[in-house]
Design a protein around this ligand. Structure first.
Ligand SMILES: [Zn+2]
Length: 278
């Protein structure tokens, strides 16, 4: 008789990975649309704020290429970023929903009944702090891209209008779909990353609750099994079952390993220790 256990394990893993992606899909879409709107708004506000100072900027640019005079564009960007929030209320709700989906799946796996308690410490800390941290990270990334555009423009002696056009195109590109890729655009990348992280926090939060209830838990890393899985994620998966408190080889306690990561965490009770033969 063929060994059915590996086949069953594979089926279960495929189910677990698919279940996550399917459940997060509508939440991802919600955040993606919100991010498209937010990037559009931020881009328009940034260009408008730059335009208000275009006379000063372009005059000084010609005098001192390679160096923007105060008030510099970074200060202008920061004030625009502070006044235009990237994450609307809908995004915060989608994050909470993603966390609840992750928690719900893990509760079902361990036959835990009732609804997940959002006062769970790990969940509460995540929901309190993560949104602001994510926005800071996203704005820093945008600023890095703008810095390249502006410094290249200046060193090539481009006019203010040319640089402004490049900035406008960069912002438009954040929402432009790239077909054939699992990440369609920057707005989509944010959506995949944020919902995925929230889901895994929910997953992990239930594991914490099980530990608190006296269980000894182990975790393993499950990738989606296609050719686009990163080397770090493959190494995490290759580590097999490890104690819940340990780090995966990639240096993270749980997925995601990186933005756009589609991996998930598997959990189980630590099996009874194998008896050592005398
Ligand atoms: Zn991954």
């Amino acid at each position: 008789m063929p060994d059915v256990l590996p086949v069953l394990t594979q089926l279960l893993e495929a189910f677990t990975a698919q279940r996550k992606l399917r459940a997060l899909d509508p939440l991802e879409r919600k955040i993606e649309l919100a991010m498209q709107r937010a990037f559009r708004k931020q881009g328009a506000a940034f260009i408008a704020a730059l335009n208000r100072r275009a006379g000063i900027l372009s005059g000084r640019l010609q005098e001192a290429p390679g160096d923007l005079p105060p008030p510099n564009w970074e200060a202008i960007f920061d004030s625009v970023a502070a006044s235009e929030s990237l994450f609307a209320a809908g995004t915060a709700q989608a994050l909470e929903d993603s966390l609840l989906v992750g928690a719900g799946h893990t509760m079902a796996d361990f036959s835990v009944t009732g609804s997940f308690d959002l006062t769970n410490r790990r969940a509460a800390v995540f929901l309190d702090t993560h949104g602001a941290e994510a926005v800071t990270r996203i704005n820093a990334e945008t600023k890095r891209g703008l810095r390249t555009i502006i410094s290249t423009g200046l060193s090539e002696g481009q006019s203010y209008d040319q640089i402004a056009r490049s900035i406008r195109e960069r912002y438009a590109g954040f929402s432009t779909p790239q077909p054939q890729q699992h990440i369609r655009s920057r707005a989509h990348l944010v959506a995949v990353t944020e919902t995925g992280n929230a889901y895994e926090v929910g997953n992990r939060a239930v594991a914490d609750d099980l530990v608190a209830a006296g269980l000894v838990m182990q975790k393993s890393w499950l990738d989606v099994g296609d050719s686009r899985v990163s080397a770090d994620c493959l190494a995490n998966a290759a580590a097999g079952w490890i104690p819940l408190e340990d780090m995966f080889p990639g240096g993270v306690a749980q997925p995601l390993q990186h933005p756009g990561c589609r991996c998930t965490m598997l959990l189980r009770r630590q099996p009874a220790s194998v008896r050592v033969a005398a």
